[in-house]
Write a protein that binds this ligand. Structure first.
Ligand code: NAD
Length: 321
């Protein structure tokens, strides 16, 4: 059995590897070759922790596994990340444990890869301004990955806690993009691509602020009750997602569905666009919206990539179980 540590994952898995792994598994999901199993997420009644499993099987990529972990709010005081996860990969032929892979860095990379896959396939080619709503742990990963998909000339950003914005500004500076903190109205008026990655429970971006033709990647809403986007903006957009079942239950479209503003059949999987069975954006003034809810198969796909890369580079540790 192989062990690929957090540090090894950081050394071997780059944004291009993450993009390829996530794009392929989204394509396999749309073809019916890969499927996610029901998610388990429970408050364990200890340390205020939320703990659960995300799992699935990709018959095309021969990846079977589970990501186990959750959210421990007291970790920050202990010098640890609040989100903790580990991926277990199994041999699909025998059920034997193949690998244990650190899941913290990979979660951020696969989440950023999901929005960048959506930008690659749905954003206008001439997009120049990237709007960031959120400036937490994930936001920097999102910004770096998005910046590689279009020739952005500027980043505009808003965050509920404005004191966190300079940290995101440093990321923009490192990749050579001018950065400006703006109001949400300004962000909507200027941005060609908007990424929202917050833990908000109410709409942050309203329909009337966003210009026609924008691509919006809603990445923060991954639980019932969370919300980042005006349901009227969702209703006015052409909506794509990683997985429809998750989108309508725990993703950003849950509120527009509940309000009766859209129906499930108005939502297309991004895998259909990748596979060419849906044309994606039809015109420059169409507003496209990707609801990235985060599926277990993304974790399994990127963990498998980490195992392959670490093995090639001699940095996977082998142990007897
Ligand atoms: P973080 O705790 O580092 O940052 C939280 C962000 O949300 C900050 O920008 C903060 O200012 C903002 N925020 C907090 N309270 C807010 C409020 N009431 N209104 C508006 N904004 C508020 O978290 P993170 O690791 O950057 O994750 C951000 C979100 O992304 C979380 O909700 C997390 O669950 C979600 N997430 C989604 C996926 C996915 O696959 N879709 C994967 C990982 C994380």
């Amino acid at each position: 059995m192989l062990i690929v540590t957090e540090e090894t994952c950081k050394d071997v898995v780059g944004r291009e590897d993450a993009f390829k792994a996530v794009e392929s598994v989204f394509a396999a999901m749309a073809k019916g070759d890969a499927y996610n199993f029901p998610v388990v997420r429970e408050a364990i009644g200890y340390a205020d922790a939320l703990y659960g499993f995300k799992s699935g099987f990709d018959r095309a990529g021969l990846a079977l596994g589970v990501k186990s972990g959750g959210y421990w709010p007291g970790n920050m005081e202990k010098g640890l990340t609040n989100h903790q996860s580990t991926v277990f990969l199994f041999d699909p032929d025998t059920g034997q444990l193949d690998a244990l892979v650190g899941g913290n860095y990979l979660t951020a990379m696969r989440t950023a890869a999901a929005s960048s896959v959506s930008i690659a396939h749905l954003a206008r080619k001439d997009s120049k301004v990237l709007g960031m709503v959120g400036a937490g742990h994930q936001a920097g990963f999102q910004l770096r990955a998005a910046a590689e998909q279009r020739n952005f000339e500027k980043v505009v950003a808003w965050n509920f806690h404005p004191q966190m914005l300079p940290g995101l500004g440093e990321v923009a500076e490192q990749i050579g993009l001018p950065f400006e903190a703006v109001t949400r109205e300004q962000l909507g008026a200027e941005a060609d691509v908007i990424i929202s990655i917050t833990s908000a429970h109410e709409p942050l971006m309203m329909k009337d602020w966003v210009k026609a033709g924008t691509h919006i990647a809603c990445m923060g809403t991954d639980t019932k009750g969370k919300q980042e986007t005006d349901p009227a903006l969702i209703a006015a957009s052409t909506v794509f997602t990683d997985e429809i079942a998750q989108s309508i239950s725990i993703g950003e479209t849950q509120h527009a569905i509940a309000a009766g503003l859209i129906t499930e059949d108005a939502i297309t999987t991004i895998g259909d666009v990748i596979n060419g069975t849906h044309p994606g954006r039809a015109s420059d003034d169409e507003t496209t919206l990707f609801d990235g809810t985060g599926v277990g198969l993304q974790d399994i796909a990127i963990a498998l990539a980490a195992v392959k890369l670490a093995t090639e580079q001699g940095s996977a540790k082998e142990i007897e179980l």
